[in-house]
Ligand binder design. Sequence first.
Ligand code: APR
Length: 291
Amino acid sequence: MGRSSLGCVAQLTVESRPDEVRQPDWAQEPDSAQRMDQARRLLGSAHRLLILTGAGVSAESGVPTFRGPNGLWRTRRPEELATPQAFQADPRLVWEWYGFRRERVGACRPNKAHAAIARLTLENENVRLVTQNVDGLHELALEEAASDGSYPAASLSRAEPIRLHGSLFRTRCTGCGDRTLDRHPVDVDSEASLPRCKKCAALLRPDVVWFGEGLDPQILQSAIAAAEAAEVCLVVGTSALVHPAASLPLLTKESGGVVVEVNTEATPLTDVAVVSIRGPAGKILPRLLPV
Ligand code: APR
């Protein structure tokens, strides 16, 4: 397996945001229609396609991204809230933040980018979706697309995203490890009011991967396999600073495939991509994906 790009970064790690990411004036470029055509051709002819999404795919649904002008990390440093150490030091504060995010995300609906991806994955068994997002909007889009009963259960389960970083709407017990779906509001009044395991009474934590923690090895392995098998890796709405997710497109490239990027800004992957399309995912993807 061509692991050279992943190296030893099976743990969640973040690169610092480059001071100067190349920011060409895309609006002035005369070849943006050509780029769309080129990307459409690549996507349309790929026998195996991997779509890798990040927070940007949910931005038009009203979910704040992590980095950037209105990013969630602008007022809080990741180390303050998204680490096992932070949870150990102040579980109430960490739950407060996750409770706020659950509430905010719970009010959001999938957008046209989620819908286009959902249709493509339901209709094409050679498309895999890998997401860093914990917001559940890809899953909701799948439910919406399949709500008329026109897709068999097998298509639905095959189209489920590979969730690299867990889910906002699941808890994990810090004692027995039990995982539960949980959409309830969190009572963050005091440490004593935080959610507890029904089986062993230990404190529950959000079932998300925090910085410095390892990703689930089976989940990571499926994502690596999909990246290596893909002829095209379409990367949508990620700053490509958090590993190992950001290394997956490099695996596709090392295995002989190509990378196509859709983002409102340039990222460290822009120079790796054979085509990079600048624009909001909700506008671009419905025009780009072959459904
Ligand atoms: N369409 C496309 N791209 C967009 C849009 C949009 N409408 N809006 C924003 N973007 C882009 C931004 O330009 C940025 O590159 O989405 C990206 C969002 O980047 P981040 O906020 O860093 O999110 P992401 O890359 O998903 O973060 C990765 O970091 O904090 C951890 O675990 C968390 O999964 C998360 C991981």
